[in-house]
Design a protein around this ligand. Structure first.
Ligand code: COA
Length: 261
């Protein structure tokens, strides 16, 4: 594991990014945030990657948010710079051309939940706690939490969770629509998460990317504009060899073999 406390490896076509600062509950130090940005650039350069999974080491924490010990020694100016770095160095998860998934293996609090909110999917272990408790610490969420939680759950729930500094259990988070799925606490948590993601990897690679681009675009577009985006994304599939392969496989009653072309 790198000194910065985050590293990645490719497992098949999955880029697995692991936060690993167990003594600080995988909290986001400045060094970790900087390295996370570099990892984004490395992952982007690897054409074999078809899914990104972010997780934490151990089973206690996905990420406990800002490193509150480091933060205590930081000046206002340094905190401002770090808030900007959250956007530039973590933001790649949201614009990544392939799907991103937060495998929430334990507590996801503050910046930890904000990191998970940058991902397309969130799967939580049954024992995870999730929340944005910043107001109880004299600040507010500073890595996009106020905006992304409001977009995901609506203003009413976002106000409730953020202003009450709520810590949700995983079943509560599922009920609110904050996570896609729960998995039992077990040594095979990550394995189960990967199994959940299998249908994504089984899809035609260009189609998965195109669908992702179209759905992500819905949040910021009027319907007419969104429909134009959908047509544009469809066009990529229409011209692909994999579309013809899918039709041939269907008619020949066999599984398609996709090439990503
Ligand atoms: N930054 C730095 N260190 C942290 C941390 C953080 N965000 N969260 C936990 N740690 C450290 C603790 O200080 C402790 O270190 P110590 O043993 O040297 O005192 C160690 O991690 C273990 O934490 P502990 O609280 O004893 O573990 P736990 O299993 O009982 O609880 C959490 C885990 C994550 C639920 C709890 O640590 C917690 O609530 N952390 C604060 C999270 C938070 O408020 N984040 C929002 C920041 S804006």
């Amino acid at each position: 594991m790198s000194e910065a406390g985050v590293a990645w490896q490719r497992r098949g076509s999955i880029a697995l990014v692991t936060l690993d600062r167990p003594e600080r509950m995988n909290a986001l130090s400045r060094a970790l945030v900087a390295r996370f940005g570099e990892i984004g650039r490395e992952v982007a350069a690897d054409e074999a990657v078809r899914l990104v999974i972010v997780t934490g080491s151990g089973d206690k924490a996905f990420c406990a948010g800002a490193d509150l010990k480091e933060r205590a020694a930081m000046s206002q100016e340094e905190v401002r710079a770090l808030l900007l770095a959250y956007e530039t160095e973590l933001g790649w998860l949201e614009t990544c051309p392939v799907p991103t998934l937060a495998a929430i293996n334990g507590a996801a609090l503050g910046g930890g939940l904000e990191l998970a909110l940058l991902c397309d999917f969130r799967i939580a272990a049954q024992h995870a706690v999730l929340g944005l408790p910043e107001t109880s610490l004299g600040v507010i969420p500073g890595a996009g939490g106020t905006q992304r939680l409001a977009k995901l759950l609506g203003e009413m729930r976002a106000k409730e969770l953020i202003l009450r500094a709520a810590r949700l259990t995983a079943p509560e988070a599922l009920m609110l629509g904050l996570v896609n799925q729960l998995m039992p606490k077990s040594d095979s948590f990550l394995h189960e998460v990967m199994a959940w993601a299998e249908p994504i990897l089984a899809g035609a690679p260009l189609a998965v990317r195109a669908a992702l681009r179209a759905v992500r675009g819905a949040a910021t577009r009027e319907l007419r504009e969104g429909l134009a985006l959908e047509r544009d994304a469809y066009e990529v599939c229409l011209r692909s060899e994999d579309r013809l392969e899918a039709l041939a496989a269907f008619n020949e009653k066999r599984k398609p073999v996709y090439q990503g072309r």
